[in-house]
Design a protein around this ligand. Structure first.
Ligand SMILES: Cc1cc2nc3c(=O)[nH]c(=O)nc-3n(C[C@H](O)[C@H](O)[C@H](O)COP(=O)(O)OP(=O)(O)OC[C@H]3O[C@@H](n4cnc5c(N)ncnc54)[C@H](O)[C@@H]3O)c2cc1C
Ligand code: FES
Length: 358
């Protein structure tokens, strides 16, 4: 794949300025951002980048959250090694300063719209590499909202696994009255019993009763179980669902669903997509693969990364007709209400569908 073709897909070649180890199995990757790309790569707290690498004819795309302050921080992500993981292993073992990676501009809606006039208390709950977007949120809020407070609950196995230990300590030094960091360690005893163990429902409930009181907005990021249990604990405690925001990095694929075509309905739908200003129509079997896969067969420029319903890169607005999604871990309720769908999870349920990629 040539650089020009990659740019046709929306990717921009960015040079790696630095690779800084954070722990024995994670590193921060900082990109050089020439003046002319700064507006295109301006990010909001909690947003992510999709990185792409073509290796052995395989188009590998993975999403990584920006982990610096959106108020002037460098463009930096952090990658944690997943044992046997194709992309993370390559990044940690082979990526060097000076290398060039293909990168999609920032995307995603996990994170507040910061406003200097706001005075809020943010409750942030992260585990492992889930700290990356949460660090950006904490840092940006503290930089931009002088009256707001942040309480961060950060779970790891041991203190040696804690990513951004230094950055968190520096932030604490800069904002001693407005930032509280609670390290919860599952395999290391701490003085406080409350902070020794996993961030499960019982522990979060106890934290809610003691240290996490009067929170206005919640942001949770980590493994599937922690995030879904955490969200449910907050809802059970009476927190308004619109104040609870979650981000997942991975979800196991659901068992394949058997789809049937209702009697009297056509077997295939005509799906018309508007993408990068061009309109294309494809036939999509109603009982077959996803709309995204059908579109990719004729439009290689259709955006995607995880194909698992978590990253949101493949978002499109359904402007007519209807589709059904297998799973959705990426879209917020207001996006669903506005007709936004994940094309990697969508299957047509009407004979004609029109989708506009976002
Ligand atoms: C919105 C978003 C933001 C993300 N931000 C970050 C970030 O800031 N830092 C970071 O390190 N990662 C982040 N990720 C995860 C990242 O995109 C990759 O999924 C991760 O690096 C694993 O890729 P891999 O190629 O190494 O593993 P793969 O080769 O893709 O996976 C190997 C195996 O592990 C499973 N698997 C994949 N991911 C996970 C997981 N997270 N937990 C458990 N099993 C898994 C796969 O199903 C597969 O069986 C983010 C993901 C999303 C969707
Ligand atoms: S490609 Fe990640 S949600 Fe569809």
């Amino acid at each position: 794949m040539t650089a020009a073709a990659a740019e046709d897909l929306g990717f921009v070649p960015l040079r790696v300025a630095a690779v800084d180890p954070l722990t024995s199995d994670s590193a921060a990757i900082t990109f050089e951002l020439p003046e002319e790309l700064q507006a295109r790569f301006a990010f909001r707290p909690g947003q992510h980048l999709t990185l792409r690498r073509v290796a052995d004819g395989q188009d590998l795309r993975r999403t990584y959250s920006v982990c610096t302050s959106a108020a002037g921080g460098p463009l930096r992500v952090a990658v944690k090694r997943l044992e046997g993981g194709v992309f993370s292993t390559w990044v940690l073992d082979a990526l060097r300063p000076g290398d060039v990676l293909e990168v999609l501009p920032p995307a995603g809606r996990f994170g507040p719209a910061v406003d200097p006039a706001r005075a809020r208390k943010y409750g942030l709950v992260a585990a492992g590499s889930g700290i990356t977007p949460v660090l950006s949120i904490a840092w940006t809020v503290l930089d931009v909202e002088p009256e707001s407070e942040v309480v961060l609950v950060y779970g790891n196995r041991t203190s040696g696994d804690v990513m951004f230990l230094e950055e968190l300590a520096d932030l604490k030094d800069r904002f001693p009255d407005r930032l509280q960091v609670l390290h919860v360690l599952s395999r290391e005893e701490q003085e406080s019993e409350l902070l020794s163990g996993r961030i499960d429902r019982a522990r979060l409930q106890r934290l809610l009763d003691t240290l996490l009181t009067d929170v206005d907005e919640w942001y949770l990021c980590g493994p599937f179980g922690m995030v879904t249990d955490g969200r449910q604990t907050l809802l059970d405690a009476g927190v308004d669902p619109s104040a609870v925001h979650v981000e997942l990095f991975h979800a196991d694929a659901p068992p394949p669903r058997v789809r049937t075509v209702p009697a009297g309905s056509a077997d295939t739908a005509v799906v018309t997509v508007v993408l990068h200003g061009r309109t294309t129509a494809v036939s999509v079997p109603k009982d077959g693969g996803s709309v995204l896969d059908a579109v990719l067969a004729v439009r290689a420029d259709a955006p995607f990364a995880c194909k698992g319903g978590v990253c949101g890169t493949c978002r499109a607005r359904c402007v007519s007709g209807s589709v059904e999604m297998d799973v959705n871990y990426a879209l917020e309720p207001d996006e669903l209400a506005a007709g936004v769908v994940l094309t990697c999870q969508s299957h047509p349920t009407s004979d004609e569908v029109r989708l506009e990629f976002l």
